[in-house]
Write a protein that binds this ligand. Structure first.
Ligand code: ADP
Ligand code: MG
Length: 617
């Protein structure tokens, strides 16, 4: 039985998982360094394509070559994403139906970018099992339309993966918790990630899942938590250190490096505050060092309005599903941001029951994808998964009006059939225009496909009987067939929803990805070594500037020499030399690092004491 892996292709992070047959449980697969999350970031540098953490480090340095949040662009046209452009720093241009992204002097499509992420996960799995992997289950948000699902499938093909099933993320999360074993129940899946919020209400009945309603906010997530905390810290730095800042003429808000540091510090503090009541923050700014303590109460006050913003969509989803909070039997938490205690409290208050949260909320979708993969491979449980169509599907009829064949929220797989006719005498060709959306006029809906039905015998208007069939399979993909019934020799045509990528495009992209692959591994390792060197150089320089009083002349000289050698090595292409020199700098600074750590600890204790004194006075 060929192995099938489960992949969560996320907006911020992606993961791969499999079912361990020995214990019958899903597990995520870490990379060589033990990291489970792969940031969904791809950087097209002159030296090669970088993905994951390596690409994420290029976000500031090579902003024009680095693509993130590409999931927002999958299977979408320029018109679809117009409102999205202001959030994305890279250049997006209208393509043939779909958008294209300009990055590092190339033009790529969203499926090609996602394919780089998928390939990295495929490679990771192949290394783990030491065997080729060709099949995968990939998850998508429940509200993804046909084009977005098809684009996801194409991304798999470009990466050399046959996407055997596309599963909705909330369904996957429920599967990971084994909720398919409920005889009957209603499940609410609350998913708060880095940049998106989704709420889905599912019905489970004898192992069958049905999406009753979905809602959410496509621009709300942990990144917003980071942002409010960062702005608050910025104000605080400016208030406490305005004299130093004025003295050296620094405008922090305009200083990209300083803002980047502040953002990273904010996210790190946020994450610590999910498990700790208070945490210290130390930020060196060259001329001065900013220190402060942040409490759980501080961050909760800041993010409360954002957490409240998730509750409206929850209430709307309940309303769409025709349920009150008491109608929900199980609540499942998904996404890294649901680790925030305030989020858990508010969700529990709204649904009036403790949510399922013992599985890692960042991993739970991938784990569920693996369970589905296990089912398909025949290894575990027997089950059918049902979902619903997120939007109505129909065809354009006379006067540009939409004739709906499959209404929104219909359970899939499903099919529908309807008869149409011609509007002009002697008409031999009918133009079929398949659309998706809730609006009356075709021009206001999303155009999915156009094709012609030819070869109709000339007849008076209204005489031909044209039968149109819509079929949606278990993956949510649509097939449209049109057939003229009156004449014996019926003509029929089948369309796959298109969104701009032709079969030939996909083939070419598959070939391209193979050409890049080999060069990419070598350059990746060199770039990783350089990145590591850069990090060390920055830290050591800062340490030397800040902690001059903690070193003597001899130690300083040793560090400066090692640093100069590393800088020289970093300029060249000799990877081993870069690694060797980085190690030497690390060794030369060991003592200083320890001394600084001690000093920082003392600083934290002192500042805590100062705060306590202030509070008690
Ligand atoms: P996505 O589904 O968008 O790919 P994830 O589910 O991986 O995103 O969530 C990423 C977000 O989770 C980031 O904003 C990250 O800061 C946040 N996050 C991760 N761990 C924690 C934690 N322990 N506490 C608070 N937020 C966290
Ligand atoms: Mg996610």
């Amino acid at each position: 039985m060929p192995r099938i892996i489960g992949i969560d292709l996320g907006t911020t992070n992606s993961l791969v998982a499999y079912v361990d047959e020995k214990i019958g449980l899903p597990r995520v697969i870490p990379d060589e360094r033990g990291r489970v999350l792969l940031p969904s970031v791809v950087s097209f540098t002159p030296e090669g394509i970088l993905v994951g953490e390596d690409a994420r480090r290029q976000l500031v340095r090579r902003a024009d070559a680095t693509v993130y949040s590409v999931k927002r662009l999958m299977g979408r046209s320029y018109d679809d994403v117009k409102d999205e452009l202001k959030y994305l720093p890279f250049t997006i241009v209208p393509g043939d139906g779909i958008v294209r992204i300009q990055a590092g002097g190339r033009e790529v499509t969203p499926p090609e970018v996602s394919a780089v992420v998928l390939r990295a996960l495929k490679d990771r799995a192949e290394r783990a099992f030491d065997e080729p992997i060709e099949k995968a289950v990939v998850t998508v948000p429940a509200y993804f339309n046909d084009s977005q699902r098809q684009a996801t499938r194409d991304a798999g093909r470009i990466a050399g993966l046959d996407v055997v099933r596309i599963v909705n993320e909330p369904t996957a999360a429920s599967l990971a918790y084994g909720l398919d074993r409920l005889e009957h129940g209603i499940v609410a899946v609350y998913d708060l990630g880095g940049g998106t919020f989704d709420i889905s209400i599912l019905r489970v009945q004898e192992g069958i899942f049905e999406v009753l309603a979905t809602n959410g906010d496509t621009h709300l997530g942990g990144d917003d938590f980071d942002r409010v905390l960062m702005l608050w810290l910025l104000e605080d730095v400016q208030a406490r250190h305005h004299r130093e800042l004025e003295g050296c003429g620094i405008n922090l808000a305009r200083d990209n490096d300083a803002m980047q540091e502040l953002r990273l510090a904010a996210e790190a503090a946020k994450i610590r505050l999910s498990t700790e009541e208070r945490t210290g923050l130390t930020l060196p700014f060259g001329e001065f060092t900013y220190r402060r303590e942040i409490t759980r109460a501080d961050i909760e006050r800041l993010i409360e309005p954002l957490v409240q913003k998730t509750l409206g969509p929850c209430r709307m989803a309940l309303k769409d599903a025709g349920l009150g909070p008491d109608g929900i039997d199980e609540v499942v938490l998904v996404g890294g941001s649901t680790r925030v205690p305030l989020v858990r409290r508010r969700v529990q208050e709204l649904f009036r029951k403790p949510p399922h949260s013992h599985l890692n909320p960042e991993e739970v979708v991938a784990l569920g994808a693996a369970v589905q993969a296990g089912i398909l491979a025949g290894g575990i449980r027997d089950m059918l998964l049902l979902d619903v169509t997120p939007l109505s599907l129909g065809i354009e009829t006379l006067g540009g009006i939409v004739g709906v064949l499959i209404a929104r929220n219909t359970t899939i797989p499903t099919s529908a059939r309807e008869l149409f006719t011609t509007s002009a005498d002697g008409q031999t060709v009918v133009d079929m225009h398949v659309v998706q959306g809730e609006r009356e006029l075709a021009k206001d809906c999303r155009s999915l496909a156009r094709f012609e039905l030819r070869g109709i015998d000339p007849m008076p208007a209204g005489m031909p009987k044209i039968e149109v069939t819509f079929l949606i399979d278990a993956d949510g993909l649509l097939q449209v067939t049109a057939k003229e019934l009156r004449t014996g020799k019926a003509a029929s045509i089948v369309v796959k929803p298109t969104y701009g990528l032709t079969e030939a495009d996909v083939e070419r992209m598959i070939e391209d990805s193979f050409t890049y692959a080999e060069a990419d591994v070598e350059t990746r390792l060199t770039i990783e070594a350089r990145n590591e060197a850069d990090t060390v150089i920055t830290h050591v320089r800062r340490a030397l500037a800040q902690a001059a009083h903690l070193t003597d002349a001899a130690e300083r000289a040793r560090i400066e020499t090692a640093l100069a050698e590393l800088l020289r090595a970093r300029g060249g292409d000799d990877r081993d030399l870069i690694i060797e020199k980085t190690t030497e700098v690390n060794r030369a600074t060991e003592r200083l690092a320890e001394a600084m750590m001690d000093a920082a600890l003392r600083g934290a204790i002192e500042s805590r004491r100062a705060d306590e004194i202030m509070e008690s006075s």
